[in-house]
Design a protein around this ligand. Structure first.
Ligand SMILES: [Zn+2]
Length: 196
């Protein structure tokens, strides 16, 4: 396989994706090369574009191509409410419900001591600064209902309550162990309205 360096590099590249082992990576590589060269070009360009253009919003940390994202810049948003989510996908899930018109803080992760992810890695100092800047009156914790999501919510809630802020959590009804991204819209909307 000495003349197959490009193929091996492609398979190794695909293996970086979560949940993709060497077998799936090989299947994807063969598919692109055998049946969809045009698709391979589109994918290559999209990866190049996204990996160089997308950064984190200076205010909420979500993905954006600007300094500040569209949501943070939207004057019709209720700046007295700040919803804390783990990922841009979770933020999108809350957005789709149309049950929330406040602003966001996207942790880009969750506390996970076993993986070495601590408060600094998810921007907690910045979140606390923002929450206590005077504009925010309620922080809504919409981290996932997994063990790590709950632990993260607990740490944030304790810290913010100690600073005198009103902190609410999405109501139960979102199944325990579930990730927001995969919960249906009605359930999230209901959990948002019923937050306590
Ligand atoms: Zn933003």
């Amino acid at each position: 396989m000495a003349d197959n360096n490009s193929l091996n590099a492609l398979i190794e590249g695909l293996r970086r994706l979560p949940g993709v082992g060497v077998k799936s990576a090989s299947r994807m590589a063969f598919h692109l090369l055998q049946h969809d060269r045009a698709g391979a070009q589109v994918l290559a360009q999209a990866l190049q574009q996204a990996s160089t253009q997308i950064r984190h919003c200076a205010r909420c940390h979500t993905f954006t191509e600007s300094e500040i994202c569209q949501t943070c810049l939207d004057p019709s948003r209720d700046a007295s409410k700040l919803c804390v989510v783990e990922t841009p996908a979770d933020q999108a899930a809350v957005e789709r419900t149309s049950a929330y018109r406040g602003l966001y803080f996207v942790l880009m992760g969750k506390l996970s001591p076993l993986d070495g992810i601590g408060p600094n890695d998810i921007g907690l100092a910045k979140l606390f600064d923002r929450a206590t800047s005077g504009l925010v009156q309620e922080v809504i914790l919409a981290t996932n209902f997994t063990a790590e999501g709950e632990a993260t919510a607990h740490v944030i809630a304790e810290a913010l309550k100690a600073r005198g802020l009103k902190v609410t959590r999405l109501a139960r009804g979102v199944p325990a162990g579930s990730e927001l991204e995969y919960v249906d819209l009605g359930t999230i909307a209901h959990a948002m309205v019923d937050r306590r």
